[in-house]
Design a protein around this ligand. Sequence first.
Ligand SMILES: Cc1cc2nc3c(=O)[nH]c(=O)nc-3n(C[C@H](O)[C@H](O)[C@H](O)COP(=O)(O)OP(=O)(O)OC[C@H]3O[C@@H](n4cnc5c(N)ncnc54)[C@H](O)[C@@H]3O)c2cc1C
Length: 387
Amino acid sequence: MTSSTQHDVVIVGGGPVGGALALALAPTGLSVLVLEARSEQARADDPRTLALSYGSRLILERLGVWNDTTPVTPITSIHVSHRGAFGRTLLTADEAGQSALGYVVSHTTVQRALFAGLERAEHIVRLYGVRATHLEADAVAVRVEFEEEGARRDLRARLVVIADGGATAQALTQVDVREYGQSAVVATVHTSKPHGNRAFERFTPEGPLALLPREGSYALIWSMAPDAAQQLCAAPPDVFLAHLQVAFGERAGRFTDVTARASFPLSLRVARAPGAARTLLLGNAAQTLHPVAGQGLNLGLRDAWELGECVQSCAGDPGGKALLAAYASRRVRDRAGGILLTDALVRMFSNDHMPLRLVRGCGLTFLDNLLPVKRAFAQQMMFGRPY
Ligand SMILES: Cc1cc2nc3c(=O)[nH]c(=O)nc-3n(C[C@H](O)[C@H](O)[C@H](O)COP(=O)(O)OP(=O)(O)OC[C@H]3O[C@@H](n4cnc5c(N)ncnc54)[C@H](O)[C@@H]3O)c2cc1C
């Protein structure tokens, strides 16, 4: 093992949250190192499509990478319904007083935009094909062990931020897990009608189904039992489209083509503590949510932005107890809101109980008819708080 070099901050994971944090720390002048397990060639590839909130756009603008985040498709309305019962609601950008409720973009595009920003930033070093394997904190720093091209090396940092998507949170703190018994099938689907920038969230007893307008087609995120997801991913396109038509109905027109199918297992994973000595968990490492309502990365970007602000405002040791406590207290409410909202939506809507169908129908109708409540709901989704 080589002798340790020392950094102010080491970020484990160069995904969208790790990348955003590195950019948020750039103005501090601290020495920041990002360790990313994937190789430089594979670093951006990911089949997920993301609905970014208006609040996430503001963060990416402040990080100087929104103009690189292209192509994006604005969402100007969201139609929410549940299959086989009364009640639906339509959220519009006009009612929310914004030009868009959100933006649809591929995970790969967000990653590429962040990489472009990181290439322009000073004081930030990135290592690809490097996997962190072990952390050990003492009073002044954390020793990070990592593997690079088969060799074991280590370095030291005053603060280590884990943004690895959830791979190592359990080694630092207890992680509460709720298995939803669902996987998400993601795909690109084409329809006979233009999307008109409208997104759909349709709840079915098997799980929620979202259609996000993306350029000339829709990105589909369709939750269902894992074995059904596996079968549908392998089914011929016409069989897939016929199942989708039955599950979603005709609101978006006829489904005419499907490409780029993949599936993701879904669960809720919540780290009980914000981290450990001189170590913080961010993004999916701190909380992995069900993709219903598209909250995961939006929450993770707010984690990154707020940690950047804490480091800038708390002069001194970036891994000190004061900074860790300030960050944890700033994130409590937003984090709890995102976890509660997504978990409640999945559990309330992924079933066929008659009393719950009635409650859901009344809830959607109530939301549709009360503008202030609708506005407050849209703001919570866009910014994680009233704006
Ligand atoms: C189907 C689906 C749809 C979704 N849709 C939305 C949406 O519409 N809107 C939204 O906001 N969110 C959405 N999400 C959630 C969103 O994708 C995640 O919240 C987001 O990707 C988390 O980013 P992250 O950087 O924390 O983790 P990740 O994206 O998982 O990145 C972690 C990175 O860490 C690296 N890494 C892992 N272990 C190590 C290690 N030991 N050492 C070094 N590097 C390591 C990985 O290679 C990876 O690059 C969706 C999720 C799914 C599954």
